[in-house]
Design a protein. Sequence first.
Length: 164
Amino acid sequence: MSNLDLHVSKWGLKFSGKYFPASIGKNGVTAHKKEGDSKTPNGEHKIVGVLYRPDRLVRPCAWAKAIKLSDIWSDDVNDPCYNLIGKQPHEYSHELLRRPDPLYDIILLTDWNWPVPIRGKGSAIFIHSWRKPRHPTEGCVALAPNHLLWITKRLKTSSKIFIK
C-alpha cells in the first residue's frame, strides 16, 4: 500500500494523508457483488483509467481520456460488451458517460469485474462526483467534485483503491 492509494470505509476516503467525505452504495459494502444490488464491492481494486469531460474541464492528469458524445458503459448482462465502454447507438441497456449533470465529469475506472467480465457479477465500479454530500450511490464511490479533482491530479497509474 502506498500513500497514493485510496482507502474507503463507511466514514470516508483517505488519500495522500488527507481525509475526504465519500459516499458508497446505498446497500453498503459486500464481498459478493451482483448486478443491480446497489452495493460497493470490498477489497483491493486497481485504478485502470481516468475519463473526463473536455467541454467542462481541463485534462486533469496526463493519462486521462476525454469522454466523447457517443460514449456509453454497458450494464446489460446479455450484451456481448457487458461491463465495457461502447458507443451509441447501442441496443442493450447502458449508461451514458456524457451526462447532463456533473456526476461523470471525472470518472476513475476500477478493475472491478474487468477486463474480462463475469456476467451478473456487477458492472463498473467508478469513482465519480456525488449528487449531494454523502448521497448514496448504486455501488460506486462518490466524492465532492473539488475533492475528486484534487485526488485525480495526484493519482499514479499504480494507484489502487481499498474498500473495507
